[in-house]
Design a protein around this ligand. Structure first.
Ligand SMILES: *[C@@H]1O[C@H](CO)[C@@H](O)[C@H](O)[C@H]1NC(C)=O
Ligand SMILES: *[C@@H]1O[C@H](CO)[C@@H](O)[C@H](O)[C@H]1NC(C)=O
Length: 199
């Protein structure tokens, strides 16, 4: 019955500590729970879940607007390269759901990996033109970046629509893009990145 005696000693000590300082008592009782939750480092779950969206740039402006449509059934791939050799050591394909969203589970990630999300295929005949800088997005797979969970959100990737939607000129006015003639100076909406017009 030695353990019982030890327990009673601990209990007495705890009571004494509780009387002396309540904060000490709470830290001693919290300690065992934190160690047990940190223990399972050998779980077989994914290291990371990478998520993002694929859109159709219906106005051909180079960014998402409220006329942007999200593409269902678009194919993307996660491409990981070794940071020194630059050799692709892994690719994982995925397809977007009805909201244009994909999810990729990455297991057994390596610290040497540099990963990108890359567009592979658009199912839309009217929206499959690749847009430079919007066909690929880096995925940050570093721990200790202040993100405690394993979810990584990649920037949206987009294809260009062949012909802009009829509503686009009106929308662009909302963004106050310099549409040559009538540029009124009231600041309703902050203009986005400058667009080089091709006319
Ligand atoms: C797009 O957004 C602007 C400004 O918020 C709004 O005035 C316009 O009605 C929206 N257009 C559509 C098609 O939702
Ligand atoms: C798509 O988005 C809608 C609205 O946010 C949501 O209700 C639905 O569950 C989403 N679909 C999928 C497959 O996640």
């Amino acid at each position: 019955m030695a353990s019982l005696r030890v327990l009673s000693v601990i209990a007495t000590a705890a009571i004494l500590f509780a009387i002396a300082d309540t904060s000490v008592a709470t830290t001693t009782t919290k300690a065992p729970t934190t160690t047990t939750t940190k223990a399972p480092t050998t779980t077989k779950g994914p290291d990371y879940i990478i998520t993002g969206r694929v859109y159709c740039d219906t106005c051909r402006v180079g960014f998402e607007t409220n006329l942007t449509q999200y593409i269902k059934g678009a194919k993307v791939k996660l491409e990981c390269r070794h940071f020194e050799t630059n050799v692709v050591d892994r690719t994982i394909q995925a397809e977007t759901d009805e909201n244009g969203t994909y999810n990729i589970e990455l297991k057994d990630s390596h610290v040497e990996d540099i990963c990108d999300i890359v567009l592979v295929h658009s199912p839309r005949a009217d929206c499959h033109e690749i847009q430079e800088l919007r066909d690929r997005a880096p995925v940050l797979l570093t721990r200790n970046v202040g993100i405690s969970d394993n979810l990584r959100l990649a920037s949206s990737l987009g294809y260009l629509k062949d012909v802009p939607l009829p509503a686009c000129p009106g929308l662009l006015k909302e963004f106050e893009l310099p549409d040559d003639d009538d540029t009124d100076d009231d600041d309703r909406q902050v203009a986005m990145a400058p667009i080089t017009h091709t006319h």
